[in-house]
Design a protein around this ligand. Sequence first.
Ligand code: FES
Ligand code: FES
Length: 161
Amino acid sequence: MTHSVTMTVNGKSVSGKVESRTLLVQFLREHLGMTGTHVGCDTSQCGACVVHVDGKSVKSCTMLAVQAEGGKVTTIEGLAPSVDKLHPMQEAFRENHALQCGFCTPGMVMSAIDMVKRHNYQLDEATVRRELEGNLCRCTGYHNIVKAILAAAPAMKSAGV
Ligand code: FES
Ligand code: FES
């Protein structure tokens, strides 16, 4: 059965026809061509597919596109305020060498932003490590990712994002 869905993605209203079983990540990647959101597993463990739905981080492989009907979705493509300026979390990942192959990075960044906000911009290393349980990285050993998130928290606060 097909359904029409409409949602806001990165501030823009988008619509499409999807099957009932179409996942949000498939809608983003295959219908909208927004391939910044990655798929790294088929067990909902890796977190490469994390996006924000109505301000909360969600594994977009665990949600149907129809469940996001009328919602506000933000993906990695929607974070940077302009082409020559990154979001403070993206900048912190760049500055702290928190990525190697970059495959996990979109999901890491989206989870990290939600984490910083939920903890009111105040995080310690143990909290960051615990909160990253749902995001897997095969490259970095996590040390620089943790450093980046700790550095981004005050930067996000001063930038008011
Ligand atoms: S693709 Fe969604 S958790 Fe791995
Ligand atoms: S940077 Fe390669 S998987 Fe994380």
